[in-house]
Design a protein around this ligand. Sequence first.
Ligand SMILES: [Zn+2]
Length: 61
Amino acid sequence: MSICPKGKHSKARRDKRKAQSWKIALPSLVVCGKCGELMRSHRVCRSCGSYNKREVLKIAE
Ligand SMILES: [Zn+2]
C-alpha cells in the first residue's frame, strides 16, 4: 500500500509552499567569531580563514 492524497490542496496552500523558495536561494550569513566579518554558516571564514575559532586556512595578505 502506498500513500495517496485524499484531497487536492488549495491554490493558496500550493503557492505558500512555492513562496518559501527564496529562503533556499539566500545564504545564511553569520558574524565571524574571530574577525567579525559576515560569513556563511558552517563554512570557513573567507577573510581570516578560521573555523570554530581555529585557523584552518592560510590567507595570503
Ligand atoms: Zn573571520
